[in-house]
Design a binder for this molecule. Structure first.
Ligand SMILES: NC(=O)c1ccc[n+]([C@@H]2O[C@H](COP(=O)([O-])OP(=O)(O)OC[C@H]3O[C@@H](n4cnc5c(N)ncnc54)[C@H](O)[C@@H]3O)[C@@H](O)[C@H]2O)c1
Length: 252
């Protein structure tokens, strides 16, 4: 079950945290994995760790908001791995220098980065692979999103949530277009993940934990396992869905 042998997966922003977990699990299930990240050292480290485990990977450092770089790097990585991308996981979603400010304090020039990354970055990766998947009659797209796309929260993240909401709408429509070609597209809406422990003070983490029924933060390997399922043959009947991965959090 959930065997990905012979598949070629592309994971954006896979140089650390959630994306690293996704790339590792897809590789453990048999896929050859293209490990993308903006930072070459991160992508190379994760690709090397996957190879160390006896699985197949190649590092592909580039900025997903640049379509030409996305297309050209994906083709080069495919040539290296000897397979066409048929699984796309759009994980990159936290823009460099992320702004955590109320909307009133954001200048118009600060609105774009999270929207560019979450909407255009994700569309670029899909665009670079979609024709190959549709022509082959099989493909899997997994969009990593956030509960904040569907719930108003006082967390100074209006633009991030705008990007996530926008790409969720895109994925639902895309799924309706591509189902006839055997290409599914689903959204995994994450709640709070383990790597927040490195980014937030302990009191804030404690407050978050009180809102999560399972009493702990999400684990990248668990997110990877969910993505591996959605990328498998067995998940061919699921498309256009938003699936929450949040430990039962009511705030999403
Ligand atoms: N961590 C959480 O609690 C949480 C909660 C909800 C949703 N998410 C979503 O999960 C995904 C992963 O989040 P994370 O916390 O692991 O992020 P992270 O910041 O720890 O890692 C993301 C990686 O993406 C890379 N990246 C950024 N911009 C890029 C670009 N333009 N091109 C290529 N790579 C780029 C970064 O270099 C980084 O290595 C994101 O989509 C995020 O919105 C995370």
């Amino acid at each position: 079950m959930f065997d990905l042998t012979g598949r070629t997966a592309f994971v954006s922003g896979a140089g650390q945290s959630v994306g690293e977990g996704i790339a590792k699990v897809l590789a453990r299930q048999g896929a050859s994995v293209i490990v993308n990240d903006l930072h070459a050292d991160r992508a190379e480290k994760v690709a090397a760790a996957i190879i160390e485990e006896g699985n197949r990977a190649v590092a592909a450092p580039f900025d997903v908001t640049d379509y030409d770089a996305t297309r050209d790097s994906m083709r080069a990585a495919e040539a290296e791995l000897g397979g066409q991308v048929n699984i796309v996981v759009n994980n990159a979603g936290v823009a460099e220098g992320r702004m955590i400010k109320p909307f009133r304090d954001l200048a118009p020039a600060e609105w774009r980065a999270p929207i560019d990354l979450n909407i255009f970055g994700a569309m670029n990766c899909i665009k670079a692979a979609i024709d190959g998947m549709c022509d082959a009659g099989w493909g899997r797209i997994v969009q990593i999103s956030s509960g904040s796309a569907r719930t108003g929260q006082n967390i100074n993240q209006t633009m991030y949530a705008t990007g996530k909401s926008g790409i969720e709408g895109f994925i639902r429509h895309l799924a309706a277009e591509t189902g006839q070609y055997g290409v599914t597209a689903n959204i995994v809406a994450l709640g709070h993940q383990k790597n927040l422990e490195d980014k937030m003070p302990a009191e804030m983490i404690d407050a978050i934990l009180r809102t999560i029924p399972i009493g702990r933060l999400g684990d990248p390997i668990e997110v990877g396992a969910f993505c591996a399922y959605l990328a498998s043959d067995e998940a061919g009947g699921i498309t256009g869905q938003t699936l929450d991965f949040n430990g039962g959090s009511q705030t999403r």
